[in-house]
Design a protein around this ligand. Structure first.
Ligand SMILES: *[C@@H]1O[C@H](CO)[C@@H](O)[C@H](O)[C@H]1NC(C)=O
Ligand SMILES: *[C@@H]1O[C@H](CO)[C@@H](O)[C@H](O)[C@H]1NC(C)=O
Ligand SMILES: *[C@@H]1O[C@H](CO)[C@@H](O)[C@H](O)[C@H]1NC(C)=O
Ligand SMILES: *[C@@H]1O[C@H](CO)[C@@H](O)[C@H](O)[C@H]1NC(C)=O
Ligand SMILES: *[C@@H]1O[C@H](CO)[C@@H](O)[C@H](O)[C@H]1NC(C)=O
Ligand SMILES: *[C@@H]1O[C@H](CO)[C@@H](O)[C@H](O)[C@H]1NC(C)=O
Ligand SMILES: *[C@@H]1O[C@H](CO)[C@@H](O)[C@H](O)[C@H]1NC(C)=O
Length: 450
């Protein structure tokens, strides 16, 4: 069957252009910028891109013979070993960071880059416009990104208070832009500059290709206990919602009761650290389906909006929003997996701590797709690049689309981006997935009222 990504990327759809309305620096804008700057900044500038690179997105006959990412789930089973694997899905990534995060974002982007995916990068308002421009130009100087045209940078930034509701508004903004940018991604992943992958994109896409596309991977619990008074009852005002300059959240003197029209769910453990905000508290990762993103942004149910209004005066809204909607919507509550595929370590105060080389084996054994949080340029990141991702500094992770190159540029020759080459990471992730989706685990941890 014809792959939807291919057809849309081969013809620039009108939605590509309408996104300029959203004040993104779209590729078109970047093209212009690059025409002005390319001769000086990029001596060996890549060939002018077309909207469908013939090597990355060749027009294939409608057979699946090129999907050579078999194995896994079939290699012990003779009955199915002749079936071709399901077509590979597509992930939309929203990557956010603050001032001075542009180099971390570029490193993270290269480590999760795949020509099939969509990427939207956001530097919040604490970063300078100069840094934002630097980010956009650097990204477009990577030849394969230039050719696949699947990375965008938000030109007009949002002001984000990490523990206040402006962070959820920024995430929904990113998700809405991604819905506009591409009509065919299947999952949405929200990352911050301190996250890093533990498997390659080929591993992740390969495993996801076997799963129903409506699954949502979100840590959640309805256990509130002592958090109630400290987190849910205070009324706060987040200046990020209405002031142009960053300033502290205001705390109201009044408290309010918990809602009874719906049940609140939060991310596990994520409330305490965000309340005592420190630099390692951005744990709000989730892998959610396109259907759910559309439910929140375009849907006709009112809960996504009423909850947003409620949360506009709450702390830690980003850890409440997604799980609460999922678990309170009968059409979605069967799709939640209570694990976010991310490895996080906690210190003795239950506060998430930075991961380092001592955590390397635990990171691998967890089978998780991502780890969080890493300090800037921590040596363990180099080890992950070397041992798990096979990534060279400044270059993307080689995948099935990468047919070869030189030592300067590992992936100078491109092949069909639909061909995945999963490695050992897919095995690790498969083990975790089998455990999570086994009957007992799946049902017994889903939206439980505690
Ligand atoms: C798979 O095929 C091999 C050789 O054809 C056979 O020895 C083995 O028993 C088969 N395994 C299963 C699970 O059917
Ligand atoms: C950003 O980095 C520069 C140099 O690397 C440093 O001088 C500056 O203090 C940093 N700013 C912040 C907010 O960390
Ligand atoms: C957490 O988020 C804040 C604000 O967005 C950012 O300054 C900080 O660097 C982040 N922490 C990590 C470890 O990424
Ligand atoms: C998405 O990630 C950003 C950056 O870490 C964070 O501020 C935001 O709260 C996250 N949103 C959700 C819904 O998890
Ligand atoms: C989902 O919602 C339906 C209807 O409200 C309810 O009967 C069911 O128990 C819920 N399932 C879960 C897993 O919460
Ligand atoms: C998410 O849940 C899983 C399983 O319950 C747990 O191992 C992991 O630490 C949780 N992640 C966070 C960020 O709380
Ligand atoms: C899982 O549960 C479903 C429905 O409850 C049942 O049909 C199926 O046989 C179960 N599978 C296993 C492996 O237990």
């Amino acid at each position: 069957m014809q792959n939807p990504t291919q057809s849309s990327s081969s013809s620039p759809s009108s939605s590509h252009y309408s996104t300029t309305l959203y004040t993104i620096l779209t590729l078109t804008t970047l093209l212009l910028l690059l025409i002005f700057f390319s001769s000086s900044s990029f001596p060996s500038s890549p060939p002018p891109p077309s909207f469908s690179d013939p090597y990355l997105f060749p027009h294939r006959p409608s057979t699946t013979q090129y999907h050579n990412h078999q194995l896994l789930f079939t290699n012990n089973n003779n009955k199915t070993s002749n079936q071709s694997p399901p077509p590979s899905p597509t992930i939309a990534y929203f990557i956010s960071g603050s001032s001075n995060d542009s180099s971390r974002i570029i490193r993270l982007l290269l480590s999760i880059y795949h020509p099939r995916n969509q990427y939207l990068l956001h530097l919040d308002r604490s970063a300078t416009q100069k840094e934002r421009d630097f980010l956009a130009l650097t990204v477009q100087s990577v030849a394969v990104i230039w050719a696949a045209q699947n990375v965008n940078v938000i030109g007009k930034s949002d002001l984000v208070s990490p523990k206040g509701p402006s962070s959820i508004s920024s995430t929904l903004h990113g998700a809405a832009v991604l819905l506009k940018l591409s009509s065919d991604w299947d999952w949405f992943i929200n990352l911050s500059a301190g996250d890093y992958p533990l498997v390659t994109q080929d591993d992740l896409l390969h495993i996801l290709s076997y799963l129903p596309k409506d699954l949502n991977f979100v840590n959640h619990t309805s256990y509130i206990g002592w958090k109630e008074s400290r987190i849910f009852k205070p009324v706060v005002v987040d200046p990020g919602l209405f002031l142009a300059e960053q300033s502290e959240i205001f705390y109201g003197t009044q408290k309010r009761p918990l809602p009874d029209a719906y049940r609140l769910f939060t991310g596990k453990f994520s409330v305490l650290p965000i309340y005592y905000y420190s630099q390692y508290t951005n744990i709000s990762f989730a892998l959610i389906s396109r259907k759910f993103v559309e439910f929140c942004i375009l849907g006709t149910e009112n809960l996504p909006r009423t909850l947003l209004m409620y949360l506009s005066n709450s702390l830690s809204s980003q850890s409440i929003y997604f799980p609460t909607i999922l678990c309170n919507s009968p059409q979605l509550n069967k799709t939640v997996v209570n694990h976010n595929l991310q490895y996080t370590a906690y210190d003795s105060k239950h506060e998430p701590r930075a991961l380092n080389s001592h955590d390397f084996n635990d990171l691998i054994n967890s089978g998780s797709a991502f780890g969080s949080m890493f300090s800037r340029d921590d040596p363990v990141l180099d080890r992950i690049d070397q041992k798990l991702l096979n990534r060279r500094q400044g270059q993307p992770v080689p995948g099935g689309w990468c047919l070869g190159g030189s030592s300067d540029e590992v992936c100078a020759i491109w092949g069909d981006a639909d061909v995945l080459k999963p490695g050992p990471g897919a095995k690790r992730l498969e083990r975790l997935m089998v455990e999570l989706l086994s009957n007992e685990t799946f049902n017994s941890r889903q939206c439980i009222f505690e």
